[in-house]
Design a protein around this ligand. Structure first.
Ligand code: ADP
Ligand code: MG
Length: 373
């Protein structure tokens, strides 16, 4: 197992210096489950390919522990480049290809045989991994005799029997249906913890990232927007993009005027007015007389009968989720969504909702950066 260090890595697919990754620096701890998350085209696969050694950055450095895997100095000078097959990595993609004319056991053994590992050791490793992935009964079958989920598990097993120091997964569950995805997600996380293998997992799916990651690295246009634990990013998004990318349904954003009222700063959204919480007063001072964007997550509203900071809303529609309801409401001319965990849906068409003052997210409308602590 290894830690991964990336320093000032820039990547371009052409010579015109249009970088799809810009000055990326990142430290991934030994044994960490790190998720590269972001919209399609943000550079997740590109960054992973550089770590795998399939792609050469224009500049920067990648180390596994203290060992330099890739180094490209200023203006492309002093290059060092360890080829992919010498990096002791294993990769699994969405389009994994199993050998169709080999059994599951042969598929899983193949890479080890080419490394001239003794048969008894190969069998031991394959049996161990098959047990971990619950595919022992399938070992003598061919890929065509397996379901999609089983095949994906074989692909994971085939990568893991090689005992890699770094495990790289690029949207590996994309082809599975939702229920299977949940199951393989859970198993993958469990195995990764047991093996303690440093893992980078690429996905555009925030649920996968939230549920599996020790650390999420959220990328946009080749830049890291924020990195940290799932809870850090969810509860303390550094900007509006991060706030909107994590959480489903998405966070509600309201444009508000910041006004002084009796020495206290309030947020005036037109159809509502709430006092800014004590903890935000200092950081909001500079915004008095200006606008900010107020973010409130759907689950951070409470249904109340009265309250100084209650927001009057009109109910548009209600969707039952089983354990909660999504209530789509109108606040003035704006539509917002509220997650309500009551036993029964509210019958009234007009409601009062009070946002949890500890969970308000305030953003600068120009830079989109977070304002409050
Ligand atoms: P992601 O995996 O986050 O969806 P990628 O890393 O695949 O994004 O792509 C990042 C950017 O680089 C995109 O704009 C994409 O069009 C571009 N790109 C990816 N691969 C190539 C390539 N082989 N040649 C040229 N441009 C590429
Ligand atoms: Mg990709």
């Amino acid at each position: 197992m290894a830690s991964i260090t990336i320093r000032d890595m820039s990547v371009s697919y052409n010579k015109k210096k249009t970088y799809v990754i810009k000055d990326l620096s990142l430290d991934i701890k030994d044994g960490e489950f790190c998720v590269f998350l972001g919209p399609s085209g943000c550079g997740k696969s590109t960054a992973m390919h550089c770590i795998a050694g399939l792609l050469h950055p224009a500049s920067g450095e990648i180390r596994f522990d203290d060992e330099v895997m890739t180094f490209v100095g200023d203006k492309g000078k002093n290059k060092t480049f360890v080829p992919p097959q010498e990096r002791n990595i294993a990769m699994v993609f969405q389009e994994y290809a199993l050998y169709p004319n080999m059994s599951v056991r042969e598929n899983m053994s193949f890479a080890l045989k080419t490394k001239k590992i003794p048969k008894a050791e190969i069998d031991r490793r394959v049996d161990y991994m098959a047990e971990m992935l619950s595919i022992e009964p399938l070992l003598e079958r061919r890929p065509a005799e397996l379901s999609g989920g089983q095949r994906q598990r074989v692909a994971l097993g085939r990568a893991l029997v090689r005992d890699p120091q770094v495990f790289l997964l690029d949207e590996p569950l994309g082809n599975l249906d939702a229920k299977l995805r949940e199951q393989v997600r859970y198993e993958l996380k469990k195995i990764q913890e047991q093996l303690g293998i440093t893992t980078i997992y690429v996905t555009h799916d925030q649920t996968e990232a939230m549920t599996m990651a020790d650390r999420i690295v959220l990328l946009k246009d080749g830049l890291i927007m924020q990195q940290g634990s799932p809870n850090e990013l969810y509860n303390h998004p550094a900007d509006e993009f991060v706030a909107s990318f994590l959480g489903t349904p998405q966070i509600n954003i309201f444009s508000c005027d910041v006004r002084q009222e009796n020495g206290w700063l309030v947020l005036d959204g037109g159809a509502f007015r709430i006092r800014a919480p004590q903890s935000a007063q200092a950081s909001l001072k500079a915004y008095a007389g200006r606008k900010i964007n107020l973010g409130i997550r759907p689950s951070d509203f409470e249904l109340v009968q009265e309250g100084a900071d209650a927001i009057p809303v009109q109910v548009d529609s209600i969707e039952p989720l089983g354990d909660a309801y999504l209530i789509y409401v109108r606040i003035g001319r704006k539509v917002a969504v509220v997650k309500y965990a009551g036993e029964t849906a509210p019958a009234e068409k007009e409601l009062l909702l009070e946002p949890n003052p500890a969970k308000l997210h305030l953003f600068d409308p120009d830079t989109r950066k977070r304002i409050n602590d």
